[in-house]
Design a binder for this molecule. Structure first.
Ligand code: G
Ligand code: G
Ligand code: MN
Ligand code: NA
Length: 246
């Protein structure tokens, strides 16, 4: 389709950008940001990631785009590292299952870290449960190789996929992200509240960091905080932006 042709050229034409959305701790201090890919099409304007990421995955273009996002995010890390007030910030990068399953993925990450000089421990790779449908042993081995580079692993959209609690035990994860659908319904729906509470206590038991996404109101934040949530992300703290103000 035309969109696919356009996407192939978007990178070279400077139409892609990375936006950063703040992540905060329980006291409201910024601890880092999530990198989110943006595409401004010359005719169509902003194309939502929900439209172009699936195309990028089907065509495997995501391998190249993903490496570009990773490199931009690592350069941002280096820029933050040079300023005392932002020196401790981390960056989270979404990794498509297509990208993760590429045999050269670990080498790609290592190469970007070396090229940019970013601190591996400040880089968080966000993966989703959908990775685990095929060959969980291979996924586990790759995760162990990534951890050996010193990077962190976060499980995105937790609770929406093919959740098996068995893998949580076996994988070298550092963080769980509570999906926004649960946060959205937190105050209206008892089942969502129960799920959120369960994810937070499960994270604590497994010694994993927990971050809630899609936090839009102070009431949601208070509810999450009362249940022991550690980190927060959402429009309440900031939208995805080209750069994050201090
Ligand atoms: O940008 P937005 O907040 O609308 O994100 C919509 C979806 O697109 C999310 O599921 C997000 O994970 C995905 N997405 C955004 N940027 C990237 C990226 O760089 N790589 C991958 N694989 N997915 C991304
Ligand atoms: O799936 P993933 O978590 O990677 O993508 C994050 C997506 O959520 C992005 O599209 C981002 O713009 C969106 N987002 C971030 N914070 C909020 C929020 O508070 N409310 C809503 N509705 N969307 C959000
Ligand atoms: Mn994400
Ligand atoms: Na998510």
């Amino acid at each position: 389709a035309q969109l696919e042709i356009d996407l192939r050229q978007a990178l070279g034409r400077g139409e892609l950008a990375v936006a950063y959305q703040r992540q905060v701790d329980a006291r409201g201090g910024t601890v880092g940001a999530e990198a989110l890919l943006r595409w401004r099409h010359p005719q169509r304007g902003k194309v939502p990631p929900a439209e172009f990421i699936p195309i990028a995955e089907q065509t495997r273009l995501i391998v190249e785009l993903g490496e570009w996002v990773l490199e931009m995010a690592c350069r941002q890390l280096v820029a933050w590292a040079e300023v005392p007030t932002t020196a401790g910030w981390t960056v989270s990068v979404n990794v498509s299952p297509v990208q993760f399953r590429e045999s050269r993925f670990v080498d790609q990450v290592q190469a970007v870290l070396t090229r940019t000089g970013a601190a591996p421990s400040r880089l968080k790779l966000e993966v989703t449960e959908s990775l685990l449908i095929h060959d969980p042993d291979e996924v586990r081995a790759r995760m162990i190789a990534l951890k050996a580079l010193g990077v962190r692993l976060s499980l995105d959209d937790f609770g929406t996929g093919y959740s098996s609690l068995a893998y949580l035990r076996r994988l070298p994860l550092d963080q769980i992200k509570i999906d926004q659908c649960f946060v959205r319904e937190l105050l209206e729906d008892q089942a969502s509240a129960a799920i959120v509470e369960t994810i937070i206590s499960l994270s604590a038991s497994l010694k994993l960091e927990v971050i809630a996404e899609g936090v839009e109101t102070a009431a949601q934040q208070h509810c999450l905080a009362s249940r022991g949530c550690q980190f927060y992300q959402g429009f309440l703290y900031g939208r995805p932006e080209a750069s994050i103000a201090l």
